[in-house]
Design a protein around this ligand. Structure first.
Ligand code: NAD
Ligand code: 6OD
Length: 491
């Protein structure tokens, strides 16, 4: 019996799938039809204690002491096992999220494996500094820096790219010799739980990787982040949740790394490769049904091409096909939950109330029998709203974007940066000099030029302003997941 056929879905603690008696459960609903997939066990404070204690005792064991070559070898095995169990991971991710197999099979699952490979290779090549100095008595001392695991790391994850975003943090944490307790989103617990089987099979020692389920406030997420034996919290999710976690860890001065919300601008210059800009923007606004923190929700198009561009994007958005995630024809999935759909539809209503021109969508699609109970929503494009309106300022996290025309570079840079967020921005132009100058003025952690969501995992990733604290990726992850110690040796 694999983990995912167990109902309720268990935790993974100290190398075992555990379902302690007497815990409440909550339903995991399939977004494509609103049916019950399975129940999930909610962790109590005692379960969190158990998971953290298992992780702490694993820290005193072989994993943290293993040399980096051997740790890397085991992490490569984890990656190979994700690849060899691709179909299981794909089904688990699709059951939780409803996203099309064409998307999950190309992005989510392969990135789950790639995250382990990249950080396994990086840790093998990590260098440590040393400085030779003269001592006052004419002798010599050598200062050398050693990197140690930080300790037990809490990994708190969102629901939009569950395996990708969880392994993006678990892989470097383990590569650096830490032990982790993962709290996947209550909406998407499956792939984190399944990964427990892979960890055992790969030879990760018991207690190094643990998974608990539950909600945020007053539940597993809060119990975990405030646990005194947690050394650091790495979190991806909403900005307001980041603020709550920060308050919760303040007294214990825990390290945090936060990847938070965004309201990302895209800028299309009149000299852009038109078709490339339309296709790229279609992806950046509607991939994963707009549920990507990096999605373009505000688009600025230079006036000479504004009308033609808007018409073309509308035409392409109207051709997106919702449906069975396993059908090759399906190009857009549902939203994650009924409550999230209510939130997004609330913004669709606000846009109408504020006088937006609804160029595409604006409601919910007619779905065939069998899928009509799911959380489907139409890809939506507006024009005509004020830059100060809630629809243009708030992160909506749905398949929607507002398009405004612009005339001058200074004007568009000002509009693009006029936000409390600073995660991503995207430019479309064939003028390299302009791209370089405008990119340098963008207040965001990443700026893509003539592409979107192109990722080199060795580069820093994170947000400016209220989009995050710190950077992960490449050596930046190694910084976060290790404690540096300087040893000054008088020789
Ligand atoms: P969320 O903040 O509601 O939840 C994320 C996780 O935090 C969940 O596991 C949840 O249970 C937990 N949580 C909630 N309250 C908590 C608390 N008080 N203490 C501890 N844990 C708590 O986010 P979501 O709705 O799952 O995801 C969507 C959001 O995530 C969007 O804002 C999106 O922009 C953001 N996001 C950001 C990035 C990035 O890289 N910057 C990536 C993906 C998603
Ligand atoms: O690609 C990544 O590493 C990453 N952290 C992506 C975040 C996507 C947000 O939804």
């Amino acid at each position: 019996m694999t983990t995912l056929t167990r109902d309720p879905l268990p935790f993974f603690i100290n190398g075992e799938h555990l379902a302690p008696a007497g815990r409440p459960t909550y339903p995991n609903i399939n977004p494509i039809d609103g049916s019950l997939s399975f129940d999930v066990l909610e962790a109590s404070a005692d379960d969190i204690d158990h998971a953290v204690a298992a992780a702490r005792s694993a820290l005193n064991g072989e994993w943290s002491r293993l040399d980096s070559d051997n740790r890397a070898r085991v992490l490569h095995r984890v990656a190979d096992l994700i690849d060899s169990r691709r179909e299981e991971f794909l089904r688990a991710e699709i059951t939780d999220t409803g996203k099309p197999a064409s998307l999950a099979g190309h992005i989510d699952i392969p990135r789950g494996a790639a995250n382990f490979r990249v950080f396994a290779d990086l840790v093998k090549n990590l260098s440590e500094e040393s400085f030779r100095m003269q001592t006052p008595d004419g002798g010599e001392a050598i200062n050398y820096t050693v990197r140690k695991p930080k300790g037990v790391v809490a990994v708190i994850c969102p629901w939009n790219l569950p395996l990708l975003l969880m392994t993006w943090k678990v892989a470097p944490a383990l590569a650096c010799g830490n032990a982790v307790v993962v709290k996947p989103s209550e909406e998407t617990p499956a792939t984190a739980t399944l990964l427990g089987e892979v960890m055992n099979e790969a030879g990760i020692p018991a207690g190094v990787y643990n998974v608990v389920h539950g909600f945020g406030p007053g539940s597993a997420g809060e119990h975990l982040s405030q646990h005194p034996d947690i050394a650091a919290v790495t979190f991806t999710g909403e900005t307001s949740t980041g603020a709550a976690i920060m308050k919760c860890v303040a007294d214990d001065i825990k390290d945090v790394s936060f990847e938070l919300g965004g309201k990302n601008p895209g800028i299309v210059f009149a000299d852009a490769d038109f078709d490339q800009a339309v296709e790229g923007t279609l992806r950046s606004a509607f991939a994963n049904c707009g549920q990507v923190c990096l999605s373009t929700e505000r688009l600025y198009v230079e006036r000479p091409v504004f009308e033609r561009f808007t018409e073309s994007l509308v035409a392409r958005a109207e051709r997106l096909i919702p449906g069975d995630p396993y059908s090759e024809d399906t190009t857009i999935g549902p939203l994650i939950s009924n409550s999230h759909r209510d939130k997004v539809l609330g913004y669709y209503q606000q846009a109408r109330d504020l006088g937006a021109r609804v160029m595409a969508g604006g409601g919910t699609p007619e779905m065939p029998n069998g899928l009509d109970g799911g959380w489907w929503i139409e890809p939506t494009i507006w024009t005509g709203l004020e830059e100060t309106s809630s629809v243009v300022r708030d992160e909506i996290f749905g398949p929607c974007c507002h398009i405004s025309p612009f005339d001058e570079i200074d004007e568009v840079v000002m509009m693009a940066n006029d936000t409390e967020y600073g995660l991503a921005s995207t430019l479309w132009t064939q003028n390299v000099r302009k791209a370089n100058l405008v990119a340098a003025r963008m207040e965001s952690g990443i700026t893509w030029v003539n592409c979107w969501f192109l990722r080199d995992l060795r580069t820093p990733f994170g947000g400016a302003k209220k989009s995050g604290i710190g950077r992960e990726g490449g050596e930046y992850s190694m910084e976060f997941y290790t404690e540096l110690q300087n040893i000054c040796l008088k020789v």
